[in-house]
Design a protein around this ligand. Structure first.
Ligand SMILES: Nc1ncnc2c1ncn2[C@@H]1O[C@H](COP(=O)(O)OP(=O)(O)O)[C@@H](O)[C@H]1O
Ligand SMILES: [Mg+2]
Length: 226
């Protein structure tokens, strides 16, 4: 079953009437459920733009984007948000945890947005924390955790709604090599469990863990078989 389908996708940013940036130029990309795919490319090649489209954080200028068989064309911001909540878990370079909240509360938040009853939230969040090996850190705040632990909390937060897709933008960019290995081991396990994982990275050894790597150059894709 195909989870992600991009056909002839273009993205043009119009910063003013005269200045337009053609960030994506005819992207065709197909990702099956359960695949582990890395997206590499130099700075400015369109990686974040592509991530925003796959993550339903932005929309195409031209072409087709389907996720899990649903065409996103013409969707409202509200409809896109619903898809994000139901199908996608995000992981960012800077973790994006709320510093005033415990790890447990951070992991619970997507369940609040998903409308999960209070009575079930804590148990599910605790389970997600246990899944990333941090059961005993539930009541710590981000500032009391190492970078690697914070990223594991962020992965627990991404997993707690049981999304089909984990979408990670430079997830190891702020981590040392030991923590990087922890995160990559988790991604391996998630793929074995049937999750689809898409990782954007500029690090070769991170991309090498994926089943295949696609390279972006100047808004266009070039597939390289690992
Ligand atoms: N919001 C925006 N408005 C205008 N131009 C943008 C915007 N976001 C990105 N760009 C431009 O689009 C191109 C691709 O950017 P980006 O997707 O961020 O690349 P990468 O993540 O690979 O560094 C760049 O030329 C960048 O300057
Ligand atoms: Mg980027």
């Amino acid at each position: 079953m195909e989870l992600i389908t991009l056909e002839g996708v273009h993205k043009v940013y119009s910063t003013s009437e005269e200045v337009q940036v053609h960030a994506l130029r005819g992207i065709n990309m197909h990702i099956d459920e359960g695949e582990y795919v890395a997206i590499m490319g130099p700075s400015g090649s369109g990686k974040s733009t592509l991530m925003h489209i796959i993550g339903c954080l932005d929309v195409v200028t031209a072409g087709k984007y389907e996720i899990d068989g649903v065409d996103t064309e013409g969707m409202s911001e509200k409809q896109l948000a619903r898809i994000r909540n139901a199908k996608i878990g995000f992981v960012f370079q800077q973790f994006n945890l709320l510093s005033s909240m415990t790890a447990l509360r951070n992991v619970e938040l997507p369940l609040v947005y998903a409308g999960v009853p209070v009575s079930q939230r804590k148990e599910r969040a605790q389970k997600a924390l246990a899944r990333v090996g941090l059961a005993d850190r539930a009541l710590h705040r981000p500032g009391q955790l190492s970078g690697g632990q914070q990223q594991r909390v962020a992965i627990a937060r991404a997993l707690v709604t049981d999304p089909a897709l984990i979408l990670a933008d430079e997830p190891t960019g702020a981590l040392d090599s030991v923590s990087t290995n922890d995160i990559l081991a988790l991604f391996d396990e998630l793929t074995e469990e049937g999750k689809t994982v898409v990782v954007i990275t500029h690090e070769r050894d991170v991309a090498a863990r994926a089943q295949r790597t696609v390279h972006l150059y100047d808004g266009m894709l070039q597939e390289v078989n690992a």
